[in-house]
Structure formats: structure tokens, C-alpha cells
Design a binder for this molecule. Structure first.
Ligand SMILES: Nc1ncnc2c1ncn2[C@@H]1O[C@H](COP(=O)(O)OP(=O)(O)OP(=O)(O)O)[C@@H](O)[C@H]1O
Length: 259
């Protein structure tokens, strides 16, 4: 490898999100057991697990909405709790439950967020088109369906072309068409070099979108593996089988496969 390529490879390899033993304890309850994970630029990681598994708790720590009880979070060499502004400038975050207030339209909402993030207004139109909300006109966001609100929140997360895209249950409420579009949209972000981390209950979305899967139960990591590896171990629809094996035991999984 010549020097130029060597330098480029080195620069890419330093573009990572490093979670080092992050945990969350509230009172005497451990919401998240120490978790370590390294995600490279261009990778898409899905956090899977049942209700209360700890997915949002992890995402909220990385989004700086909750302070880890231990451990560190470092993005491209910038430590969240040491250089907060620099870290947050790289982040696009889609919350799980956002309460829209006021009587804004999709355009007005996105324009408001764009101003906060100092993004040009043409980015607003571009993103509204990307998420199919460019023809909603005067309709107020509080009159939107769940799926439409989710698409607007996704557009908001993409505004600043973040190098870390953190999405909490992004496909909740999306119809099959938009589910597929969602996969294409995050795939494009990853191909542009973003790190994408999203949580989901929907294993088929994780299978379609993610290169790497982290499966959680009661705050503990039960599986942390590339999707390719899961497929090799569990075969086609491997994630569903892995999930069943983890949550219901191998026997339960086999019974369901036979049924
Ligand atoms: N502020 C809090 N105080 C105490 N416990 C909390 C708090 N927030 C979350 N929890 C608990 O932490 C656990 C993990 O919750 P979390 O919301 O991270 O799970 P999740 O995997 O995102 O679940 P879901 O799929 O239902 O959204 C749950 O038992 C929840 O009750």
C-alpha cells in the first residue's frame, strides 16, 4: 500500500464509536450491564431485545440524555464527557417518543430544527422529499399519522448529515413501503461513511438493514455478532432463530421451527 492509501486507511480506521464498559444503574436496579462495542464508519448496528431490555437506555446514554454510571463513549477520538460540543456536533438522534407541540407543519418543524442546527433551508426541502412529506402542505404535524411523524423525526435526525446516526425504534409505525425505504435511507447514510446505530423489536428490519446485531435481555448482552456470522450459525432467518434460542431456549426454538 502506498503512503497516500495508507493515510486514507488510517483516517478511516480512526472513525469509530467506542463504547467502553458503559453501564447504567438507577437505585439498586441495573438497567444496562457494562457494555463494550466498537462500531466503524459505514457500519450499521441493530440493538434488538424485548420490552425493557435496555435498548433506549443505551441509546439515551450515547445521545447524552442520560449519564452512564460507568464507562466511556468516544466518537472519532472525541470523548463525550470531555468534549461534549464537538461530540454532539457529529450526532443525529431520533427519539423513541417525541411529543410534538404547537401547530407546525412538516416544513415549519423541519425549518425550525434546521435553524437550530444552522443548516440551509434547501436541506429542508431535500429531506422532506426523501421521507415523502413534501406534499403535506398546510397539514399540521399533530394531525399526522404515527408513520408520518416517524418519517419527520428521521428527516430531523439526518439534517446535519451526521457521522453518527442514533435511531430509537425508527420503524415503529412505518408501513411496508416506508420500512423498505428506511432500510435504503440508512444504507445510503452508511455508504456515505456514517455510523448507524438503531434499536428495533422488528427482527426482519434488523436482518434487512444491519451488518452487526447486539441482542439484549434485561440490560445484559446475550448476543453480539455480525449478521453474517448469525446466518452461518442459525441459517436463513437466523436472527429469528437466534432470538428464540436466547429468549426461549434451544428446545423452545426447535419446537417452534417444527410447528
Ligand atoms: N428513569 C428510569 N428509572 C428507573 N428505571 C428505568 C428508567 N428508565 C428506564 N427504566 C427501566 O430500565 C429498563 C430498560 O428500559 P429501556 O426503556 O431501556 O428498554 P427498551 O429495551 O428500550 O424497551 P422497549 O422496547 O419497551 O422500549 C426497564 O426495566 C425500564 O423500566
Amino acid at each position: 500500500m502506498d503512503n497516500m492509501h495508507n493515510d486514507a486507511a488510517l483516517a478511516m480506521s480512526s472513525l469509530t464509536l467506542e463504547l467502553d464498559h458503559i453501564s447504567k444503574v438507577i437505585g439498586n436496579k441495573q438497567l444496562v450491564a457494562p457494555l463494550s462495542l466498537s462500531i466503524a464508519a459505514g457500519q450499521i448496528v441493530a440493538l434488538c431485545g424485548g420490552n425493557g431490555a435496555g435498548k433506549s437506555s443505551i441509546i439515551r446514554m450515547i445521545a447524552d440524555l442520560s449519564r452512564p454510571s460507568s464507562g466511556s463513549i468516544v466518537l472519532h477520538g472525541t470523548a463525550l464527557h470531555e468534549q461534549r460540543d464537538q461530540y454532539l456536533a457529529e450526532l443525529g438522534y431520533m427519539p423513541d417518543d417525541y411529543q410534538f407541540t404547537g401547530s407546525f407543519t412538516a416544513y415549519e418543524s423541519l425549518k425550525f430544527w434546521a435553524e437550530l442546527k444552522q443548516q440551509p433551508v434547501n436541506r429542508v426541502r431535500e429531506l422532506l422529499e426523501l421521507v415523502g412529506l413534501h406534499e403535506t402542505g398546510k397539514k399540521k404535524v399533530h394531525q399526522f399519522s404515527k408513520g408520518m411523524r416517524q418519517r419527520l423525526l428521521l428527516a430531523q435526525a439526518l439534517l446535519s448529515k451526521p457521522s453518527l446516526l442514533l435511531l430509537d425504534e425508527p420503524t415503529n409505525g412505518l408501513d411496508p413501503y416506508w420500512m423498505k425505504r428506511f432500510v435504503a435511507i440508512i444504507d445510503e447514510a452508511a455508504r456515505g461513511g456514517a455510523i448507524v446505530l438503531f434499536s428495533t423489536h422488528q427482527l426482519q428490519v434488523a436482518e434487512a438493514a444491519a451488518d452487526y446485531i447486539v441482542m439484549l435481555d434485561q440490560g445484559e448482552v446475550k448476543l453480539s455478532s455480525s449478521y453474517e456470522q448469525i446466518r452461518l450459525q442459525y441459517g436463513e432467518q437466523g436472527l429469528q432463530r437466534a432470538y428464540e434460542a436466547i429468549f426461549w431456549g434451544e428446545e423452545g426454538a426447535m419446537e417452534r421451527v417444527r410447528a
